[in-house]
Design a protein around this ligand. Sequence first.
Ligand code: SF4
Ligand code: SF4
Length: 432
Amino acid sequence: MSETYFQEKRREIKKRVRDERLDAIRKSDKEGWKRRTSVEKRINLIELARQVRAVKEDSLKRLDELVKIARESLERNGIQTYYARTAKEAADIFLEVIGDAKFVAKSAADVPNEIGLPRILEKKGIELLNTDFGYLLWNFVPEEYGSTKGIPMVHISLETMAKAISKKTGTHVKPEREDILRNVKKVAERFLGKAEVGLTGANAIAANEGSIVLIHEQGNINRVISLPQHVVMAGIDKVVPTLLDSVAIAELTSVYQLGRPPSNMNIVSAPTEDWNMELKPTRGIFGSREIHVIMVDNGRTKAIEKGFAECLYCTRCFACHNVCPAQERVRNLFGYNNSYISGRGIILSAFVAGLKEAVESGLFLCTLCGACKEECPIDIDVPTMIRRLRVEAVSKGLVPKADTQMDNNVRDTGNPFGEPERERTRWMNEKS
Ligand code: SF4
Ligand code: SF4
């Protein structure tokens, strides 16, 4: 493993720890918790969480059977389905499905990033636009890092943003939220006007009904799924038995993320259709003409086989992000590929990308404090899984040299710096 990589990462980490722009987000992390406690009077969250955990446990135990049922139900509804064992297979299927299309609009779905789709499309000259508003903003300041998964540009001031948008669009944009929104939307609308393919993930796929459940806050998914071709690319772990199970997952996710039920929820079970003409189906009325679902394994079966099924229970509510000390200091540097963030994300990355990538994504940055497990509605035991992966990483020699050195120092001198114990006062002052 390249030591230069770790040195660069260390430099980046130091920058983020000292970036005062992140202080506002550090404070707002606590807001999610406050919002959630306010709905506890109306929604029995303990019961809902218990239900979701039971659904996920059961689904992952009989995943092969459920995937088979889901594919049959979706096909019966007029949706084409595919199973991709690897990232490459998923990308190949996607390229075959979209044919000659040149413009793809996506939601903030993560599996496309997991399989490296943006780079593949770029090489083929196919334009991809992430329609999530934070990511639309990011396009104007690509030199900046994304600070969090859900709101990546929250640390950028309106002045910086307005200046960047003005420069790129040649229009004077005022440093005001409304003006920024208007101008960013104009750019997105132009793209949506020519996009042929809408790419989304899924919060859940109901096997019995053959339905895809999607929740969102911004309404962008309404637009993406209305394009002529809607492609869903989701991990096989999203398949659950019923639509009611899927809705429970959607509700729990949203309440833990935003302190309220989903503001938008789409249940997609068939392409848009009308039977007025000759009593025959005409498709693509005001929405999709065809829907394709690519179910991606890419290491998930291996995670289950190796006893890490619990990491696939995750509904991606991000509640654990708000309490994680590593996440608080370095944001998405503690995570894989700006997609799978924080402890649970790093565990998943060990299977979808490899153990080396998990180490590079911060496997050894976790403090093992256990706050994520406490906060997680479905009680996912992140620290135990992190420990197990660390043992494997150590046995494979994947630990950064500095960490090994620190370990040796603690053993030999009683402190991580390797300084003499007798001169403690001197070096403590020097290092503070
Ligand atoms: S155990 Fe690790 S991942 Fe979990 S909250 Fe603590 S530092 Fe974050
Ligand atoms: S691991 Fe984190 S993101 Fe996943 S369900 Fe638990 S709290 Fe939510």
